[in-house]
Design a binder for this molecule. Sequence first.
Ligand SMILES: [Zn+2]
Length: 106
Amino acid sequence: MCDLQALDVVECIDATPVLKQSKTMPRLGRLYRVQSVRKIGDGYSVRLFDVTPECHLGGPCNCGNCGWDSRRFRRVQGPEKDRLTVLRALLSSSKTAPDLVPEFEH
Ligand SMILES: [Zn+2]
């Protein structure tokens, strides 16, 4: 059973690669937006807007069949209002780059 669906905001709760070739992983504790959910065998494969998974054919996925196990993600619960807040936080956090702010005080 998978309670995730496209456009859900999810938090990564498991970022440990299962396969050696899985070099591209979501970051633990970060928020992502679900692009699609596909049923594969007994589980579900999740694609994200923000990160492209490593492909079983090699390199970043272009085939569209690769993704991460849905159990790696937890839906960020809450009413619509909170959801908007989460989305805004998501947008602003991806734009903020504190490392690039120059320092003028010495
Ligand atoms: Zn692929």
